[in-house]
Design a protein around this ligand. Sequence first.
Ligand SMILES: O=C(O)CCC(=O)C(=O)O
Length: 257
Amino acid sequence: MGQEAGLQPERSDSNIWAGSGRGEYGEFRLKSKVFVWIFGNSRWFLKHLSVGFRMAWQIEWGAAVSAGLQRVDLGDGGWLLYQEGFLAQEEADSSMRLLQERCEWAQLPGIFGYLQPRMIASYGDAGVSYRYSGRDYGALPWLEELLVLRERVQTVAGRYNYCLCNRYRTGQDSMGWHADDEPEMGEVIGSLSLGAERKFRIRHNETRQTRTFAVGHGTLIVMGGTMQRYWQHCVPKTKRVVGERVNLTFREVRKIP
Ligand SMILES: O=C(O)CCC(=O)C(=O)O
């Protein structure tokens, strides 16, 4: 029995948070230990605090942008955002119809005088024009539908004052390898696809590594960072029988002094 009694706790004031006698001393010792530990490990503590903040920020950012948005890190400071079904079916249907009807589509000659294998139209702020392949593409005043779509794309990334619209009538219409790397071009380009699904390919200038993204009705791609410096992109021809596709590339064209 005596031994059993010896198993009892020696003191009953094991609750160190109690506000009397040895409890207060215990609380003081614990707080001092925590204090000394934090200062002794301040670098470790600050590092993990900042990792925590960064993780919270990323989760917040991801949630704020959209659930299905993927970010592809291309290395060298380049990145691409990709989201299938960025526009819901109904919105994509009505945008496609309105843009087919209302844009002033034209098929223009390319660099060697041959007609480009697609139709284009360009819209934007007053006075903005975009020069590529030796030709100026002046902007027509924004169509209401394009302003609505620009607003949607800007909720994800970028600020845009110009939109180049491409219309691919069949699988034989295409866009060759190129980069939108003109000096006046802002680094973020938002590209919204409507209509038939096509392939959007990117290729690294040096390693020749390629990646392919399916761009369907309502898919959003945003290209940013140094992507235009290190990668080219294209929409290849396809032998498959495909319907029309309309693509809108929202850009920021800056005035070069
Ligand atoms: O049609 C596409 O998805 C790409 C368009 C494009 O590359 C461009 O307008 O520069």
